[in-house]
Design a protein around this ligand. Structure first.
Ligand SMILES: Cc1ncc(COP(=O)(O)O)c(C=O)c1O
Length: 300
């Protein structure tokens, strides 16, 4: 699945370090840490009519990621949320919007790896785009298991939502060549971790499972789905999930802010059974996600 250009995004106004600039003029310094080392953290947010979904959770993860990477002079949550609202208002945006919010370690005084070279404090980019959920949530997507493993705490903790995305991009490249929509990434032991940009769930015999967050991003949507299962009195366990368990699951789906809840209809050429009882459970989870959404939105 290749996203297409939405003509509504031709004249976007983008927030860059305190200024709101037309798309063509929105630039950051070539000395910014994100250019030199992918040294930044980010959040993908979604704006619905009622506000930004799970704003507090996204801001908490952003702050945690920045703190874990030892960023200095981190802007306050209040100032980031204010900039977010200002950017939406400048664009006349109220719904159907996905935001790529990036916090960089900042501009360096000279090229180099030492974080102390970023002596001016963090950089902030708010890129909002008109973007309804991007996957085919009606028919589902196909997935290919990549040979590229997802980072775990032994290398670069997947709990940091950082811009060093090359291993996920390499995995997605393999999926593209395999003619599939997304890459399934395994952890260092060969258990499923997540897709290259979304988390993973399955149902087998009436029980919902998702991989431990040891080698995946603890996604905000993933967290809500786990809560929804509890609210619906469904059993949901985090566990090690092997490829065989996924191939033989009753239903499998992906979760993320970009695409919400997306059924996976095929993994490595194996059709996922999509048994009726599991389908009914999945439909209930999706309905609850949609029905409770407004109450998790914050107006900015
Ligand atoms: C690697 C990865 N996994 C999962 C997700 C889904 O997380 P969320 O539900 O917070 O959007 C993302 C989203 O940015 C991601 O980059």
């Amino acid at each position: 699945m290749l996203q297409k250009f939405d003509p509504r995004n031709a004249d976007l106004l983008i927030y860059v370090n305190g200024e709101i600039l037309p798309r063509a003029e929105a630039r950051i310094s070539v000395l910014d840490s994100v250019v030199q080392g992918g040294d930044a953290v980010w959040e993908g947010l979604r704006l619905y009519r009622e506000g930004v979904y799970c704003l507090d959770r996204h801001m908490r993860r952003l702050m945690d990621s920045a703190h874990a990477l030892d960023f200095q002079q981190i802007p306050s949550v209040e100032s980031i949320v204010e900039a977010l609202g200002e950017t939406f208002r400048s664009n006349g945006m109220e719904d159907d919007v996905h935001v790529r919010l990036t916090l960089t370690r900042g501009e360096k005084l000279t090229s180099g790896m030492d974080p102390r070279l970023c002596d001016k404090g963090c950089g902030l980019i708010i890129l909002p785009e008109w973007k309804p959920p991007v996957y085919d949530n009606e028919h589902g997507i196909t997935v290919f298991t990549s040979s590229i493993r997802r980072n775990g705490p032994e290398y670069l903790d997947s709990k940091i939502h950082h811009n060093n995305l090359l291993n996920n991009i390499l995995a997605k490249t393999q999926a593209n060549y395999a003619g599939c929509d997304a890459a399934l990434m395994l952890d260092s032991r060969g258990f499923a971790s997540e897709l290259n940009g979304t988390n993973l769930f399955m149902i087998r015999d009436g029980i919902v499972y998702t991989p431990y967050a040891h080698h995946c991003l603890p996604g905000i949507t993933r967290g809500r789905v786990i809560e929804i299962c509890k609210e619906l009195s469904m059993t949901c366990h985090e566990k090690d999930i092997s490829l065989t368990e996924l191939y033989t699951a009753d239903i499998v789906w992906a979760t993320g802010t970009m695409g919400e809840l997306t059924p996976i209809r095929q993994i490595d050429g194996r059709e996922i059974a999509g048994r009726d009882e599991a389908h009914a459970m999945f439909d209930q989870i999706v309905s609850s996600f949609v029905e409770t959404r407004a109450s998790y939105c914050t107006a900015v």
